[in-house]
Ligand binder design. Structure first.
Ligand SMILES: [Zn+2]
Length: 457
């Protein structure tokens, strides 16, 4: 089946495709706010009907939270599963929006046309790029090129509470050869990237207690143990002067970056000066001897996210506090074991406590890193296809954040996930005035058509 007529169809149908996206964007499917529960149902119904309009048998599947949408279409191998989410983030502060977030508009900007509205980039616009590619393919060839399962979630923006139970219950039905996820962006807003490394996350809260009540620093200062001093001394030793984390065993399971990946990353020509400059910084502050991209994508981190104790209000109070607390998080890579690391961190803190001090720990989330194996031939086929569409070498990239869904596909359905997406850095996802470039939408649809073509050849 030839690709060119599909691409032409996509080009000529762009206004209609955009119109359909605007319809979906008008449904305020905010998953975290119970007031919009009915709207999440409406969005799921809309997707079921839209898939039906291209001959895909789909249904809304209820969960204890918002429904999933699952659709199937038969065809020759390979079997692909496509994942996207139809729920969106809340819109407040509403007054910072230039228009109604759920009355999306096509806007002319100096950088080209954009679709402005909540969910345009995250993730309705991206989800629809795949659906539209399928629609065009079907219209031209009468059938899709392979077997495809469509899997849309409505709770991604509120922690995906139903996702893993649903995957487990429906594993037989959902299992495919490979999962395609469209919820990421272009590297530096211009280079198509297939995300193959996602960092994990471990969170801990520490409270150190010294005296059993707050004391007057005139009466006790000098003789009493100050837990803020104890806490800051310990946390001050979290890294050495070259940025290396000092918790014993921290680097167990941290792999070396493979030479071919290092080479690709350096070819990406990451403009870290601008990346840091955008937030008022100028010098990378990670481990000595690592490139900025390694610091973000392939190295683990330890960060203090918040710290408090004593008097922090207006004015001044000469208090010698009873307690001091901090929140500390770790981004994990490779085979680092979050549970072992939690134990090791706690032991490391406890061992440094002076007399008369006690420590309490409170556990927050723990998820390991996930790394995709790119050995499935679909990866290289997709990389070549993306390079053609965007006229620049597509890259296997890392991602500093954590996208748990990719790991779930591996853990519960034993399939690798290919994460691609067309979002740009300035899309303002989760913020007021979210937008999606019309070019991202258009080229995203074309990209999926090329990927479908490449992986079914
Ligand atoms: Zn998203």
């Amino acid at each position: 089946m030839s690709l060119d007529p599909v691409l032409s169809r996509i080009d000529s149908e762009l206004p209609q495709a955009t119109g359909r996206l605007l319809e979906l964007l008008r449904i305020p499917s905010i998953s975290t706010d119970p007031a919009y529960k009915g709207k999440c149902q409406t969005a799921a119904d809309w997707l079921v009907a839209d898939l039906a309009s291209i001959g895909i048998e789909a249904s809304k599947r209820q969960t204890p939270g918002h429904p999933m949408v699952v659709g199937h279409v038969d065809g020759p191998g390979p079997h692909l599963l496509f994942y996207g989410h139809y729920d969106v983030q809340p819109v407040d502060p509403l007054e910072l929006w230039d228009n109604d977030p759920f009355d999306p508009q096509i806007e002319e900007t100096p950088a080209g046309k954009v679709i402005r509205g909540r969910g345009s980039s995250d993730d309705k616009g991206q989800l629809m790029t795949f659906v539209e590619a399928c629609r065009a393919w079907k219209a031209v060839h009468g059938a899709l090129p392979c077997r495809i399962t469509f899997f849309f979630e409505g709770e991604e923006e509120s922690g995906s509470p139903s996702l893993v139970p649903f995957m487990k219950e429906n594993a037989e039905e959902l299992k495919a050869d490979i999962a395609l996820i469209c919820d990421t962006g272009l590297f530096q807003s211009r280079t198509p990237a297939i995300i193959t490394m996602l960092r994990g996350l471990l969170g801990e809260q520490i409270t150190i207690t010294g005296p059993d009540k707050d004391l007057h620093s005139g009466m006790y200062g000098g003789v009493a143990r100050n837990p803020v001093r104890v806490l800051t001394r310990i946390l001050g030793g979290l890294h050495d002067d070259s940025g290396v984390v000092q918790v014993p065993g921290f680097y167990d399971g941290v792999p070396d970056l493979p030479a071919d990946i290092a080479e690709q990353w350096s070819a990406l020509d990451f403009d870290w000066q601008r990346f840091l400059g955008d937030v008022g910084l100028s010098v990378p502050a990670g481990e000595a001897g690592r490139t900025p991209l390694e610091m973000i994508w392939s190295r683990p981190t330890a960060e203090i996210n918040g710290i408090w104790g004593g008097y922090t209000g207006d004015g001044f109070k000469t208090v010698l506090p009873s307690r001091a607390s901090a929140k500390v998080s770790f981004r994990l890579v490779g085979q680092q074991d979050p549970h072992a690391l939690r134990d090791s961190f706690r032991a490391w803190v406890t061992a440094q406590l002076p007399e008369d001090c006690t420590v309490d720990f409170h556990a927050h989330g723990a998820s390991p890193a996930s790394e995709m194996s790119t050995t499935h031939p679909a990866f290289e086929a997709a990389r070549v296809a993306l390079s053609e569409e965007w006229d620049t070498d597509a890259a296997y990239a890392g991602c500093g954040g954590s996208i748990p869904i990719a790991g779930y596909f591996k853990t519960y359905l034993d399939m690798d996930a290919m994460l691609v997406g067309w979002a740009k850095d300035d899309d303002q996802i989760h913020s007021p005035n979210e937008k999606y470039d019309l070019e991202s939408f258009h080229k995203g649809i074309r990209s999926w058509a090329r990927i479908l073509d490449a992986v079914t050849k």
